[in-house]
Design a protein around this ligand. Sequence first.
Ligand code: SF4
Length: 219
Amino acid sequence: MALSYSRWSDFAICAKQFWFKYVDPAREKKPGFDRAVQAVGVEAHESIEGFLKGDSVAPEMSSFFAPKLADLQGLAKSETQFAFKADWTPCDWFDKEAEHRMELDAFWLDNVTANLVDFKNGKVKATGWRDQLEYYAIAIFLTFPEAKMVHAELWYILHDHISRDRIFRWELPGLLTKWADRATKIAVGPYPRRPSGFCKVCKFYFNNGGPCDGSPESA
Ligand code: SF4
């Protein structure tokens, strides 16, 4: 099973919901529960993607983000897919041996510096947000040998907030090990329940029509 950031994010919240969603997808809840929220996110991403690719109509954005997005038009490549095998050699997105898949919302190279932006529809994350940027920086470092540093940003488009950090090429060996370990974890498990405040919005929670009662695994 190929790793993506969203899959890792699901696994990190609760390995059992990952299992329901990807390992035993027959249990995936029928459309309804959170499809409306997903649709809003997809629509926002599609309008930003269209604008970055040259559409004259800009997506509706706050006065904080609108000029920043305008600066990216004609500069950034949008919705670019990268895929790698387990040994980190590049491959086609649909290659059966693809073990890592990264889709970058927007990125561009400026000499030895790469820049990337990921657009977020959800709440601002106080911790753990560098993870996603690191994973995407791997794609850039492996694809563009000239890139020495990645200036990476998460744009929380509903909250007028940007989280940003710099990721350096010297970090690459450690990042490859970290994400290879994560690819192994999602592939082989184990997939225990991890009850938390997330349960009440989990589509596999019994209150939401799912099969899980949200109790600890031993119960
Ligand atoms: S209800 Fe809670 S414990 Fe059960 S799968 Fe969802 S997040 Fe995990």
